[in-house]
Each structure stands twice: as C-alpha cells, then as structure tokens.
Write a protein that binds this ligand. Structure first.
Ligand SMILES: [Zn+2]
Length: 450
C-alpha cells in the first residue's frame, strides 16, 4: 500500500516551504478550506499521467530548469504545484507514420497531420520516439538534484523519498513501435511504462477514434498481441485516443488493469476522445483508472463548437491573406494581426466545468478509478483557474468543497494510478517465464473473431 503523508511528501512540502511560495489563493475561495486543501495536497502523492512538455524540449529547445513565462510547467512551477509524479508523453504525431498513406481514405494534406507523399519513404515513428526519450533523459541528467527518470513504482517512491520530481514515460501513438513487437520490448527496456495504442491515426494494429472510417474495426490479431505483450512486460495499456471498438477489444485482451491517460467524459462533452459512462463502468470492472483531461475542447462542448467555428473561418481567411501577400511582408503581418483581433479565442471554460467531469467520473466509476491527466503543454486551452501546474491544489480544494473525503482526494490525486501501475507490475511478475509474443506476417492483419 502507499504511504500517506510519507517522509517523501513531507520532504517535498518542506522543500516547497523553504524554496517556493505556494500559489496565492484565488479570489472568492474560503481561506480556511484553501489552507486545508494546500496542506492535504502537499501531503499527497500527486500524479499526472499526461504532459507534453517533452515536445517543447525537443522542438523548441525548452529548458525545464528555470521558471518560464509561457507553457504550463517547468521545474519551479512543478514544485510549487506539488506535482510529484508526471508521465511525460513520448508523443509521435501521425505525420511520422508515413508508409501506409495509401490505406487511408483521406488524401494527404487535407487534415492537420500531413503524411509524407511517398508511401514507404518516411516512417520515422520509432526514431521520433527515441528522440523524445532522449529529450527527457537529457533534462533529468541536467537537473539530477531535482528530478529523476523512473520506470517502476519502487523507483518513483525512492525518487520522492529524496524530495525529487519523478518523471515517467508513456508513448502516445502506438505507431511508435512501427508494428514490431521487438520495438515494443526495446521501448520497455528504455523505461517506457505505458503506451497509448493509437493517436489520431489508425495504425498497423488498432483503430483510432479520430478517423470515422474503421480500418480493422478495433484491434486486429497483432493488436491483441501488443496488449498481451504489454501485460507480459509490465507496461500499462492506455486506451485514450482509440476508437470505441478498440477500447472494448483492448479490455477483452488485457490481463491487467488499463488506463485512459488523458480522457474526459462524453456524457458531459460529446467528443469521440471522451469516454462514455459504459466505458467508465468497464474500466472500473477492469480495475483500471480514467485520468481526466483538462483540455477546454474536451470538457466544454460549447467551447469546442465555438472555437472550431472561429478557427475554421479564421483559417480560410488566413490562407487567403497568405495567398495575397508575400511571406514576411508588412502587409501580411498587418492582415494576420487584424484576423487575430476579429477572431479572438472564445472565453475559456471555468474550473467548474472541469470539476463536473471529475465528480461525475467518481460518481459513475467510483473513487478508486479516477485520476488526473492534464495534457499540460499539449493543448492550447485549459480552464480558467487551472492556468498552469501551480494551480493544481485548486483541484484538491474543489474536491473537498464538493464534500469528498480526504481518502478520495488522495486516491484521485495519485494513489489510484500508483495502484494500477503496481498491479501491472505484479501481472508481469505472474507472467514471467511465458514466451514473448512474436510478429507473424501471415496472421497479424487478421480481424478478431467477435
Ligand atoms: Zn493526446
């Protein structure tokens, strides 16, 4: 079982008290409850299963060490917000999945994720994942007193005991393994401890929720083996981003609890990225956990609709401006500035909208099956009141304000995920000695008998 108010969290709190100020109380809150929430929050092991800071490290040369003015997190803000454990997304965008364009119904270039023109020429998925891992490892190497890369519950605990931030890794986009079970094993060897079976693209073995025309109708035979091999290795199976059929196929195939690393609720916000109430119940039955995503577009349907209308119209006019004026010209700069003024981003949802998802998930799946998967640094909009990682104690406050027990708060903030992680490790130990699953070109593409 997990320690509570352990030496680690006390040390973390002490560091916090000694080095950083807690976030100021937001207006309109009850000061007594805020104080209680702050104390409880910093005593808990707080886990976030999805942050995209790795993308910033790799693509923007972002340095997590100093306090930064933009983005959602860096080491000083992580400490201030009391975020003990984060899963850094080893995110591989679908544009790196290059060799099967012909199998897609969409022509390349008509969505946000252009695929290479020459089939077979540019599958850089595994390479991209390796570069992402390297970005995180480099960062941890640079700040050894503040953080460490962790690959087990034991290493997470040891890292927290030393008062450091525990950085775990999860692959986002199952095409990162390029259809090879051997690559899955190599990523496990490097410390990756979950994999989201798809991103916005179908891949060699699983269908995504972002493409309405199915390729396999869920998992195919290889997909089933990927899930079972993840069980054997001790990697959490992540069913965020997958199609509904893939979700249920993965649950049928797994011998360990699964996670949704960053998904919200479809009953509140109708979006295929979100889970239905039935899925919540299925995850509860499986012993897994749904980690609620803070992305405005996934928690507030109205916001999603307004922002996509605005961005669609704006994009058309932007394209027109780029056609009329040369790149880098003053005319173009002026035209783009005017567009920004004419199409301001819609007002962000409030904290209450996010809490609706968390509270309903607790109600339906139960307090043992809900957690937090922010999508910080991966989404353009998070609700007012949780503008960055420093405001995490606000969730603790709102849970207490909603009448949730301290025990429930502890579970949602981190214990649930660590319980699942531990269980997945135990299943791997139970399966020790089983042969590794192997690719079989003759049957990998077979559809599953249902
Ligand atoms: Zn995602």
């Amino acid at each position: 079982m997990l320690k509570r108010a352990s030496a680690a969290s006390l040390l973390f709190s002490a560091l916090l008290a000694g080095q950083e100020q807690s976030a100021p109380m937001p207006q309109g809150l009850d000061p007594t409850l805020w104080q209680r929430a702050q104390k409880l929050h910093h005593e808990c092991v707080v886990v976030d299963t999805h942050t995209d800071t790795t993308g910033r490290i790799l693509d923007e040369g972002f340095d997590m060490g100093p306090l930064s003015k933009d983005g959602h997190m860096d080491l000083p803000r992580i400490r201030q917000g009391g975020l003990d454990v984060a899963f850094y997304s080893i995110y591989v965008a679908s544009r790196f999945y290059g060799d099967e364009q012909a199998l897609f119904h969409k022509a390349a270039g008509d969505d946000d994720w252009p695929r290479p023109q020459d089939p077979g020429s540019a599958n850089g998925s595994a390479r991209r994942a390796l570069a992402m891992i390297d970005g995180l490892v480099r960062t941890a190497d640079r700040y050894p007193a503040q953080m460490a890369v962790c690959d087990s519950v034991a290493s997470v605990r040891a890292t927290l005991e030393k008062g450091k931030h525990a950085a775990c890794m999860g692959i986002e986009g199952g095409h990162a393994i390029e259809g090879q079970l051997a690559l899955l094993r190599m990523f496990h060897l490097l410390g990756v401890r979950y994999m989201t079976l798809t991103h916005t693209n179908h891949n060699e073995y699983a269908d995504s929720c972002a493409d309405s025309v199915p390729r396999w109708g869920g998992l195919n035979r290889l997909g089933q083996k990927v899930v079972m091999e993840m069980n054997r290795l001790g990697m959490m199976v992540d069913v965020s981003h997958v199609s509904d059929r893939t979700f249920y196929d993965a649950l049928a195939a797994t011998r360990a609890p699964v996670i949704c690393s960053h998904s919200s609720l479809r009953a509140i916000c109708e979006h295929p990225r979100n889970v239905t109430d039935d899925m919540l119940r299925a995850i509860a039955k499986n012993g897994g956990v749904v980690m609620i995503n803070y992305n405005c577009g996934f928690i507030d349907a109205e916001y999603g609709k307004r922002s996509s209308q605005v961005s669609q119209t704006k994009r058309i006019q932007e394209r027109e401006a780029r056609r009329r004026f040369p790149e880098g010209s003053e005319d173009l700069a002026q035209a783009l500035k005017k567009l920004d003024e004419r199409f301001p981003a819609p007002e962000r949802p409030t904290m209450a909208a996010l809490m609706q998802h968390i509270l309903r998930a607790i109600e339906i799946a139960g307090p043992d099956h809900v957690g937090l998967g922010s999508d910080f640094d991966g989404v353009p909009c998070v609700p007012q009141g949780i503008d960055d990682v420093t405001m995490l104690p606000r969730i603790t406050y709102e849970l207490l304000a909603a009448g949730k027990s301290e025990e429930t708060v502890r579970k949602v903030l981190g214990q649930n995920l660590l319980r699942v992680f531990e269980r997945v490790e135990q299943v791997a130990r139970d399966l020790a000695g089983e042969p590794a699953w192997q690719n079989d070109p003759k049957t990998d593409s077979d559809t599953l008998a249902r």
